[in-house]
Design a protein around this ligand. Structure first.
Ligand SMILES: [Zn+2]
Length: 223
């Protein structure tokens, strides 16, 4: 089985320097094979920062299927900014997005204290945006969030615990476990997504939906 030549050009692949998907140029591709696999060694330049790196694609002769990138070790642990953050348009929200990027970079570099402190700032900025101003103090902000119906009692409890951990990281250099940091990031991302992205979309979807007709909504009437 031969190795099919690959067209040089641009593609979106993971840049190990940027630690994220980037537009990259494929500058060289070399095929080789052994008894089990066919390989393509690719040499790629990231257009974001001229980062040169290599990646290896392989194809299993027996199993067939598609070319697979040979994952660098720990690649499943690489955290990226969710794609929905592109929808954050307001200036403060764009700043929040850039902060989320820094938190991911810290997390991917196993800088867990910094990532945790960053998550705390993410939550702070998010609450200031939702509450339309800084009312000072995490406890007061969380209370106001619950009172105004932005979070449930349940979520209030969860975010209070989260701020305790973040406080210990920011003020006492406490280093939480990586999976715990990821869970905290999930919690704050969920809040941002629900408030700034999801709600707007559901509102727009409802506006586009045809109104119910009287016949469809009316309960059976007695005549
Ligand atoms: Zn790069």
């Amino acid at each position: 089985m031969g190795v099919s030549p690959k067209k040089l050009g641009t593609m979106r692949v993971f840049c190990p320097d940027c630690r994220g998907m980037q537009k990259c140029s494929l500058v060289a591709a070399v095929g080789r094979s052994d008894e089990e696999f066919a390989f393509i060694d690719e040499f790629v330049v990231c257009q974001n920062g001229d980062h040169l790196f290599a990646r290896v694609l392989s194809l299993d002769y027996e199993r067939g299927g598609d070319w697979q990138e040979r994952a660098p070790r720990n690649s499943e642990r690489i955290r990226q900014i969710p794609s929905w953050t592109n929808r954050l348009r307001r200036r403060r929200l764009r700043e929040l997005r850039s902060l989320m990027g820094e938190v991911c970079t810290a997390l991917n570099g196993e800088l867990l204290v910094l990532a945790t402190a960053g998550i705390r700032t993410m939550l702070d900025v998010t609450m200031d945006e939702i509450l339309d101003g800084d009312i000072r103090g995490f406890a007061r902000k969380l209370q106001a969030m619950q009172k105004m119906g932005h979070i449930s009692e349940n979520e209030h409890g969860l975010l209070t615990k989260l701020t305790d951990v973040c406080h210990a990281a920011a003020h006492r250099a406490h280093r939480p476990r990586r999976d715990h940091v990821e869970a905290m990031l999930d919690a704050v991302e969920t809040l941002i997504h629900r408030h700034f992205v999801l709600r707007r979309h559901i509102d727009a979807a409802q506006e586009r939906a045809p109104r119910r007709t009287r016949a469809a909504t009316a309960s059976p009437t007695i005549q």
